[in-house]
Write a protein that binds this ligand. Structure first.
Ligand code: GLA
Length: 394
């Protein structure tokens, strides 16, 4: 495998790998990971979220094959997979290639005739760290498979079909936030998304701030099952509240007053889950408004309240995330800090003044290491662009 040259981009290196393996020049589609500034576990409750695409991404290189197969090489894992596009009832294999299978299947379910292709994939998004490596993979693949078949779809349809691939084929009941951010990311902007209507607004982030992502490097085993459990608990809350307020379709429709009025009708645990979602929706709007008005103190407070709510009400944080947030919050130049993504490990997001970033990285890594013996990865990112085709010559 060719060594990466110092000034070589990920895309041109992938193009070389592709040429060496498949003997053709590929087209390359890059889709970013995302970080969520606020609005956690809100998307599948029809609520509001405020993610931004990051500069880490997944690239899918593709060139046509004459048969109806996909031959796929994962450069990160050094593994291959073969997919027969004529298979009518494909089954999950519980490996990374399920995402390829799932995305291809959802495109086919839309009635699109997919052409065969050779594919190579490379990502610099850490896997399972809560930065949406799976959504980036799905979105870059969907774009690659579409163009390889001479077809195109609206970006919003790409986001939705990638979500369906995870929901219906991979078996994770995720919301739309990650796929949407990977599709609609915009340089210098976060995206205020209404997950019910999919209406969104690009919100420019202060140029004097960086998004600093601290990876705790832990991922607690039970995360997938716990995630689906949280969804079920929210649905249980809606079922009870609907008895009193028949118009309610999702927790998005419930006010805090209504929730409190029926506190005793809900199991204590279900009350807390609902309380998180309902208060989080309000925090997202308050935070977005504060960022727009450059009221950074309020934005930071919303982030801190969000973390506390995820810790106590929603119970998706863990001691490493709490520690990372606590260490970050004590640093100079920090606007706000909270866990980001599904939880149970993974990353925190801190908004940090540019001038304070170097010292922040150094001292947070040092203190986290001293307490946990774990070396954290810290990524500094501006808000980046959404999925795009990248021009390269191998
Ligand atoms: C994961 C899911 C998203 C969202 C977040 C929590 O990232 O993929 O849909 O639910 O968790 O906010």
């Amino acid at each position: 495998m060719p060594e990466q040259q110092p000034d070589e981009t990920m895309e041109s290196r992938l193009a070389k790998i592709f040429l060496a393996r498949f003997g053709a020049e590929p087209r390359i589609f890059r889709a970013p990971g995302r970080v969520n500034l606020i609005g956690e576990h809100a998307d599948y409750n029809d609520g509001f979220v405020l993610p931004a695409a990051i500069e880490l991404s997944t690239c899918t290189a593709i060139a046509p094959r004459q048969d109806q197969r996909l031959h796929v090489f994962s450069e990160n894992l050094q593994e291959t997979a073969e997919i027969d596009l004529t298979e009518t009832n494909p089954q999950r294999a519980d490996r990374w290639s399920d995402y390829v299978r799932g995305v291809a299947l959802m495109l086919q379910k839309l009635g699109l005739q997919l052409a065969g292709g050779n594919i190579a994939i490379h990502s610099d998004i850490p896997i399972g760290a809560g930065l949406s490596s799976s959504a980036a993979l799905a979105v870059s693949l969907a774009s690659a498979l579409l163009s390889n078949s001479g077809r195109s779809l609206e970006l919003v349809e790409i986001a939705k079909l990638c979500q369906r691939a995870e929901n219906e084929f991979v078996g994770a009941r995720v919301g739309i936030m990650d796929q949407f951010a990977s599709c609609f990311g915009s340089v210098g902007h976060a995206i205020l998304l209404d997950c019910r209507t999919l209406e969104f607004q690009r919100l420019s982030l202060p140029a004097s701030l960086e998004m600093v992502i601290c990876n705790t490097m832990v991922k607690h085993e039970h995360s997938g099952g716990e995630y689906n459990d949280r969804r079920t608990q929210c649905e249980q809350g809606v079922a009870v509240l609907k008895r009193f307020f028949p118009a309610i379709k999702a927790l998005r429709d419930v006010t805090l007053e209504q929730l409190h009025a029926h506190r005793t009708d809900l199991a204590a645990l279900i009350f807390r889950r609902c309380h998180h979602v309902i208060t989080e929706n309000e925090r997202v709007l308050r935070c977005a408004n504060a960022l727009q008005n450059r009221d950074l103190a309020t934005a930071g407070r919303c982030m801190a309240e969000s973390h506390a709510s995820l810790k106590y009400d929603y119970e998706v944080s863990c001691k490493e995330l709490d520690l990372m947030v606590e260490i970050a919050t004590r640093r100079e130049g920090v606007i706000g800090s909270r866990m980001t993504g599904g939880g149970f490990g993974g990353c925190t997001i801190s908004l940090v003044e540019t001038a304070a970033v170097e010292e922040f990285k150094r001292s947070v890594a040092k203190e986290y290491k001293a307490t946990t013996q774990i070396a954290a990865d810290i990524y500094v990112s501006k808000a980046g662009a959404g999925v795009t085709e990248v021009e390269v010559n191998a």
